[in-house]
Design a protein around this ligand. Structure first.
Ligand code: F6R
Length: 607
C-alpha cells in the first residue's frame, strides 16, 4: 500500500525522493507524486500510473528544492487520478498519507462549513485542510499537528511539509508504520527501513500515536503534548539485499532464495547436531494451553491452515484458524489460557493487527510469526517468532510463506514435545526431513524448465484452472490457485479433493486444467479416486507428486512432474515451491506485471 518518504537535505532532493519511491514500489500503487519547497512555496509534480510517468513529467518540469516529500498512492478514496495523487496540498501545507482517515467526512463537513473548498476526492485532504485552518488561526505547525492528532480517527501514517518552513518536516502515525532516518546534517522519514536503507542505517521507529518534528540535525517525538524518547536503532538492511540480482523479477529471485532462507530460519529453530528443535523461550506452558487460535490474511492464512494439521497431529491440541478480517468482527469468546498466533510477512496488515488486538482483549497469550521484527504486530505480541526470509519485495508472498511454515512446524514440534505427544524418534525423523529441505527445494528449482513447459502448454491458455489437494496439501492447492490468479489473472480455485463431487465437478471439461497436489501420503488413495473422477469427465490433469505417485497415476495425467521425495509432514513446504513455479511461468507467458500485479498491495494497511 501507499509509500511515504520525506527528506530534509543539503542538495536537491527530488532524485532521492524518486529513488526512495522506487524502493517502495513493491508495496503496490497506482499514482505517485513529489513536492518540494521553492523559495518557501510548495510546488509539486504528480502523475497517474507508474513512477516512469512521474519521472517523464519531472524531465519536462524539473522540481528543485532541498526539502521535499514523495508518495506512491494505492487509491482508497477517489480514483487513481493525478488530481487525487499525493502530495495533497493547500497553499500552507503539503501532505502524504498512508491508511484511512475514518472521520474525514465529519471533518470535511466542518471545514466546508468554515468556507473551505476541497479539490480532491481523498480523505487525505481533510488533514491538509484541517492543518491549514489551524495555521490560519496563527497556530505554529507544531501546535497544529498536535491538535490535528486529537481530531483524526483511523489507522494512518502521514508526513507534512509547511510553506515557508525549509527547516522542518513533521510525521505522525497511528496503526500504519513510519520511521525516521538520521543522516549527517540530513534527515529522512519514510514508511519503512527499506525506503531509508541507502540513505542511512540509523533508524528510529515511531510508535502508535507518536508525532514527530524533524529538522536537519535530529527529531523530537511527541505523544499528545509531551515529548517521548524513542531509541535510535541500527537497521540491518543494505542496498544489496533489496536488489533484483540477475533475476528478471523480484519474485523469481525470492523463489530462488528459498533454499537459503529456509536454511537460515531452520538454523535458528532447529539444532542439526542433536536433530531436535530449539525451544524458543515463550511466555507459556504448552501443557496448560487450552486452545490455539491462529489468525492471518491471504497466503499467511494458508500457513495457518497447514499449521493446524501440524498442531493437531503432532501436539494433539485443539486449533482454530480464523481469517483475520472476519474474526475481529465476529467477536467469538476465546477460552482462558488460550494462545493466539498471528502470522504476517509485513507485520502491518491491519486486519491481522486488529484481530490480535481482539485476542488481547480476550486475555490470550499473543505470539506472532512475522518477517519484520519492528512491525506493529510484533510489538503488540508477548513473544515474536521471526521468519528469517529477508526483505520480500515481490508483491506475491513466496519465501515469507515457506519460512512461516518452517517456524510453525518447529513450534508445533516444540509443543508436541512439551505435551508428550511426540516421541524422540518422531522428532528426530522430522528434524532430518527439515534438514534435507533446502536441498530438495534446490532440486525442485533445477526442474524449472518442466514447470515452465506445463505453464506454457497447459495453463497460460486456460480461462479457469482448478487445484486439488487433500489433508495438508489442501492449503497448498489454495495457495497454488491464489498465486496463479493474482499473478496471471487466470481464474483459479483450490478445492479439497473430496469436495469436488459436491459441486465443482460440474465445471470439469477438457478446457479446464486441474492441478492435483498429491504427495504419496496416508491419503494418497483418496486423492487418486478424486483424480479418476476428474479424468472420467475429460478434465486435463496436471499431477504434482513424487516418483511413486507419478509411477501410479502419471500415465493417466495430461502431464506430471515428480517432485523430490520428502517426508509427508514436510511435503507442503516443498510442494509450495512447485505451485509457485507454475504460477510464475504462467504469468511470464502471459506477460503480466509479476512483481506488482494490478490492484494489489504488498502491505495491506487499510480494511
Ligand atoms: C499473496 C499475498 C497476500 C498476503 C496477505 C497478508 O501472495 O502475498 O495474500 O499474504 O496480504 O500479508 P502479510 O503476510 O504481510 O500480513
Amino acid at each position: 500500500m501507499c509509500g511515504i518518504i520525506g527528506i530534509i537535505g543539503k542538495a536537491p532532493v527530488t532524485p532521492l525522493l524518486i529513488d526512495a519511491l522506487k524502493r517502495l514500489e513493491y508495496r503496490g500503487y497506482d499514482s505517485a507524486g513529489v513536492a518540494t519547497l521553492i523559495n518557501g512555496h510548495i510546488d509539486r509534480r504528480r502523475a497517474e500510473g507508474k513512477l516512469v510517468n512521474l519521472e517523464a513529467r519531472l524531465k519536462v518540469e524539473p522540481l528543485p528544492g532541498t526539502i521535499g516529500i514523495g508518495h506512491t498512492r494505492w487509491a482508497t478514496h477517489g480514483k487513481p487520478s493525478e488530481r487525487n495523487a499525493h502530495p495533497i496540498a493547500t497553499d500552507r501545507v503539503a501532505i502524504v498519507h498512508n491508511g484511512i482517515i475514518e472521520n474525514f467526512q465529519e471533518l470535511k463537513d466542518e471545514l466546508v462549513a468554515e468556507g473551505r473548498r476541497f479539490d480532491t476526492d481523498t480523505d487525505t485532504e481533510a488533514v491538509a485542510q484541517l492543518l491549514t485552518s489551524y495555521l490560519e488561526r496563527q497556530m505554529s505547525p507544531e501546535a497544529a499537528m498536535g491538535k490535528a492528532m486529537e481530531r483524526l480517527r483511523g489507522a494512518f501514517a502521514l508526513v507534512a511539509m509547511f510553506s515557508g518552513r525549509h527547516d522542518i518536516l513533521m510525521g505522525a502515525r497511528r496503526g500504519s508504520s513510519l520511521a525516521v532516518g538520521h543522516g549527517n546534517g540530513e534527515m529522512y522519514v519514510g514508511t519503512d527501513a527499506l525506503a531509508l536503507a541507502p540513505f542511512t542505517s540509523r533508524v528510529t521507529y515511531l510508535e502508535d500515536d507518536d508525532w514527530v518534528v524533524l529538522n536537519s540535525t535530529g527529531c523530537t517525538v511527541y505523544q499528545g503534548t509531551t515529548t517521548v524518547e524513542r531509541p535510535e536503532k541500527k537497521s540491518g538492511l543494505s542496498g544489496a539485499l533489496i536488489g533484483k540480482g540477475n533475476h528478471q523479477h523480484f519474485m523469481l529471485k525470492e523463489i530462488y532464495e528459498q533454499p537459503a532462507v529456509v536454511g537460515d530460519t531452520l538454523q535458528s529453530y532447529l539444532d542439526p547436531a542433536t536433530r531436535s528443535v530449539r525451544t524458543p523461550s515463550l511466555p507459556l506452558d504448552w501443557t496448560k494451553v487450552s486452545r490455539v487460535t491462529m489468525t492471518a490474511c491471504g497466503t499467511a492464512f494458508y500457513a495457518c491452515m497447514v499449521a493446524k494439521y501440524w498442531f493437531e497431529k503432532l501436539a494433539r491440541m485443539p486449533v482454530e484458524i480464523e481469517v483475520a478480517s472476519e474474526f475481529r468482527y465476529r467477536e467469538p469468546p476465546l477460552p482462558e489460557g488460550g494462545v493466539c498466533i498471528a502470522v504476517s510477512q509485513s507485520g502491518e496488515t491491519i486486519d491481522t493487527l486488529e484481530a490480535l488486538r481482539y485476542a488481547k482483549s480476550q486475555k490470550q497469550i499473543l505470539l506472532s510469526v512475522v518477517n519484520v521484527p519492528e512491525s506493529a504486530i510484533a510489538r503488540l505480541s508477548h513473544a515474536v517468532l521471526p521468519t528469517l526470509a529477508g526483505p520480500e519485495i515481490g508483491v506475491a508472498s513466496t519465501k515469507a510463506f515457506t519460512t512461516q511454515l518452517i517456524v510453525l512446524l518447529n513450534t508445533a514440534i516444540a509443543a508436541g514435545r512439551a505435551r508428550g505427544t511426540l516421541s524422540r524418534e518422531q522428532e528426530e525423523k522430522l528434524a532430518l526431513a527439515m534438514i534435507e529441505l533446502p536441498a530438495r527445494i534446490n532440486e525442485t528449482l533445477n526442474m524449472e524448465d518442466d514447470y515452465r513447459r506445463i505453464a506454457e502448454s497447459t495453463l497460460a491458455a486456460a480461462r479457469d484452472v482448478l487445484y486439488l489437494g487433500r489433508g495438508s496439501s489442501f492449503p497448498v492447492a489454495l495457495e497454488g490457485a491464489l498465486k496463479l490468479k493474482e499473478l496471471s489473472y487466470i481464474h483459479a480455485e483450490g478445492y479439497a479433493g473430496g469436495e469436488m463431487k459436491h459441486g465443482p465437478i460440474a465445471l470439469i471439461d477438457d478446457a479446464v486444467p486441474v492441478v492435483v497436489v498429491a504427495p504419496s501420503d496416508a491419503i494418497f488413495d483418496k486423492i487418486a479416486s478424486n483424480f479418476e473422477q476428474v479424468r472420467a469427465r475429460g478434465g486435463k490433469l496436471v499431477l504434482l507428486s513424487d516418483a511413486q505417485g507419478v509411477a501410479r497415476l502419471g500415465a493417466k495425467a495430461e502431464t506430471s512432474i515428480a517432485v523430490p521425495d520428502i517426508d509427508p509432514v514436510v511435503a507442503p513446504i516443498l510442494y509450495t515451491v512447485a505451485v509457485q513455479l507454475l504460477a510464475y511461468y504462467t504469468a511470464l507467458a502471459k506477460g503480466t506485471d509479476i512483481d506488482q500485479p494490478r490492484n494489489l498491495a504488498k502491505s495491506v494497511t487499510v480494511e
